[in-house]
Unconditional design. Structure first.
Lengths: 208, 208, 208, 208
DNA sequence: GATGAATGAGGCTTCATTCAT
DNA sequence: AATGAATGAAGCCTCATTCAT
């Protein structure tokens, strides 16, 4: 009768992801506490009961949603820097651009960051996991490239080497800016990115 | 019996601030939606009804709490840069230190930033106001100093001049870090500050 | 300083009545339960506390308000019919006009009737009192005139004599109409009155 | 276990009516503002939440309750007079008896009238609707019969013809009487009805 | 698997009432 | 006499969660 009802099995397999995608949108819109599971259900075209068939509680929905959205996030991350070639400053440049793409430009990661900031105290495990899986590895990548660059005489032995995350701080600023002022303050991402990379590179560069 | 229960008038004048201070703590702990006004009342040593004597709704309590906490925040801000003397790089240095002190080290401003991120969509006016009163003025200060420094030949004409806020991005990173990972990742603020300033200054410095 | 504050004593003596007048207006506007004593106070230009200085409870305010408004209502009632002269039909005519004036045209009595209907079950004493002081006496007046008229051969011995209040039913209808449909259905009171009296008189008149 | 707990579907279809019936009783007992939805729920053997599953607000419950109770009220009304035969005075007689039955004797309609009087200002739409659906049609019926009767020479061209509702005023008086004085003043409805009809008929009758 | 009616704890808000000043 | 800050009981409404179908 209903053509879209043909592959029931297929639907069934997709349901959880559909629910989590709907949950993402609703949680983005209202935050954790103010989101009603009923609205999540409506957006996913199921009923409240169905959500409880797949997830035990609202907290669980939120937690799984974050996992779901983070899943295919930085899979290539661990090895990205190793594939880079050329001068260390060009490698660092590539790495920063990579981070910008992930952090500042992508809506999902921006909203995930917002979730961590807003609901972190309610979901400390989430924060831990993100630190270990995403933040720490990224910092490590930066650290390696910078240290190697210093060793190679490309970068000076600046005190900033002790805080490699500084080089990604403009990306976070951009992310925050669009999170907070979104429509209010338009920023040309490309130009901003190049400007910040230019500043960082000059800041790190060895004298002469 | 209770010595602090002296003057009714004095209490009345203090009550709103007491309530807003209590509200700050509770909202910090649970976020807007998950905070119960009853807990705010208990923390302020009043009853629920008293809160409603001073504030119309929970939203209003939140809004006024933010105003209250922001009030004496950047009063000297507009004129700070003008009082600075010496080379432009030393002025910029002083300005960055000033911002660090305000943004990265102060718990109140950190949590206010968290509120803006977490509840901004529910309180768009708040975000507007903070942009106009705090963010824009700070950016303007940076812009003036940098432009003057460029004109004086102290700083190079870098593309970063178009985005003066970049120079405060490490401060925001630090603020975010302590917001998110607080206990998990201790950072030596002083060292971090100096490291980031060193990086920024070198990045802006005129060649030769 | 404030000229209206001169005669404090005078104010004091008038306060209760001012409060009750204000209460009347507010109770008319919202009904008993939905009226806030605070609004009554505001309308009377006093504060809530003052109301409690004069009246024990909200119920008491309502009760006294009704008494206050009913006080000078039918003082002449008991003796009105006795002062009438002429034919019984002219006396009845005068009596009906008198009732119309009191019941159908006067806002205070109309709203009092509404109070009795709306809040009667909460204030049974009020209803009792009004029945004994106003309704019963009026009916008795009608009864006397009608009986005398029948005895005199002016009116026929109709079964309606057993229910003298029937002759005032059009007045109540009019009162109800304006209570309910007020603006919706304008009725020319004078014409309506004369029409209903004409009908009643003809209905009571002795044949031939 | 509980035999009445049979079919879920059947319950679902019945619930709203059960709730509205319970609401009627509670609103009758206390009036709109003083009625607690919790008591309505208890009377309907459901919980508070269930009421909100079917109705959006307390106002909505009240509004729908009135609709529910008025629904099968005057369905035959529009055509009743047309089915009447015989002399116009016998038709009018039948019509008045019909109205008595509906208005003065029926508890539901009496309490509905009380609601309109008591809560009319809070629910102006309700008053409008009742005027258009019930009051106006009834008046129109009377008007037609009286005019035809006048044209046929059965009734005189009295000024009361301009206010046909006068003929139902005794019925409203009776309704009011039982609303207000209920137990206090017992009236024999049948006798009262006949007495008032006798009066009205004589009042309208053509001379000779 | 999915539904959606039903539950009930819990939070926001109101307001009659009190009482120190 | 009058004030108005403070109280706290009570009611409306929401929504996560359950469960019979």
């Amino acid at each position: 009768m209903k053509p879209e009802m043909t592959k029931r099995a297929r639907r069934k397999a997709e349901r959880p992801a559909e629910i989590l995608d709907a949950a993402f949108e609703e949680f983005v819109k209202n935050g954790y506490a103010a989101t009603r599971l009923e609205d999540v259900a409506a957006r996913a075209n199921v009923t409240k009961g169905t959500i409880y068939f797949y997830f035990e509680t609202k907290e669980r929905v939120f937690d799984e949603m974050i996992r779901h959205k983070s899943r295919a996030f930085f899979p290539e991350l661990g090895s990205y820097a190793e594939e880079l070639e050329g001068s260390y400053s060009s490698r660092l440049h590539a790495l920063i651009v990579f981070v910008y793409r992930k952090i500042a430009e992508d809506r999902t990661s921006r909203e995930t960051l917002r979730f961590l900031i807003a609901e972190g105290s309610r979901f400390p495990d989430l924060v831990d996991r993100h630190y270990q899986e995403f933040v720490r590895p990224v910092i490590d990548q930066f650290e390696k490239v910078i240290e190697a660059g210093v060793a190679a005489g490309e970068f000076r032995a600046s005190p900033a080497s002790a805080f490699p995350e500084i080089v990604m701080s403009p990306a976070l600023l951009l992310s925050l800016w669009s999170m907070l002022f979104g429509s209010r303050k338009e920023t040309d991402i490309t130009v901003f990115t190049e400007a910040s990379i230019d500043l960082i590179m000059k800041g790190l560069a060895a004298g002469r």
